[in-house]
Design a binder for this molecule. Structure first.
Ligand SMILES: [Zn+2]
Ligand SMILES: [Zn+2]
Length: 173
């Protein structure tokens, strides 16, 4: 989805779109889009820059940080981005017009690639950790079993060395 600023009918210009998972390449082996990504927003042409703000809705399947099985994430990403031409960027920097809290991208001045913007925002907003469930028990450090599925009892078999003496006492009684 590309918005052409030259033929834009009005500003602010509201837009909405939906992208199939195949249209947005996250390029991460363990993470994929589950279904269509939606975006709605508004584009405003200003003197030195073009502002785009809105919200992205995406469902992502990734790997649980504890047990490595699938973890699903529902992302709702509000975003604000600014696009500026290289020439204006230098100028804006000199006069400090640039707002620090915005994501500023350099562009050629006539087209905004919304698909690319959506892709970048999803990547920026992926959490570092994801869990398949709130209290995922993870993998057993000893035998590697998924402790959500199997009670491997490795922990119980392990005898605290402090009790070892007691156990021997019991046996010799
Ligand atoms: Zn898990
Ligand atoms: Zn185990």
């Amino acid at each position: 989805m590309v918005i052409d600023l030259i033929t834009l009918e009005k500003s602010p210009f509201p837009f909405a779109g939906s992208f199939a998972p195949s249209e947005i390449d996250l390029d991460i082996e363990t993470t994929r889009l589950k279904n269509a990504v939606k975006v709605e927003g508004e584009l405003t042409k200003r003197i030195v820059q073009t502002d785009v703000k809105g919200e992205i809705f995406a469902e992502v399947e990734t790997e649980c940080s504890r047990c490595l099985l699938a973890a699903e994430l529902k992302l709702e990403i509000p975003f604000e981005a600014a696009f500026i031409t290289a020439e204006n960027y230098t100028e804006a920097k000199e006069t400090e017009l640039k707002e620090d809290d915005l994501d500023v991208s350099i562009f050629n001045g006539d087209k905004i690639n919304v698909t690319e913007l959506v892709r970048e925002q999803i990547l920026l907003n992926l959490p570092e950790q994801a869990f398949c469930r709130e209290n995922c028990r993870g993998l057993c450090e000893k035998c590697g079993a998924n402790r959500n599925l199997i009670d491997c009892n490795c922990e119980e078999k392990e005898v605290d060395p402090r009790w070892q003496g007691l156990r021997e006492l019991k046996i010799t009684k």
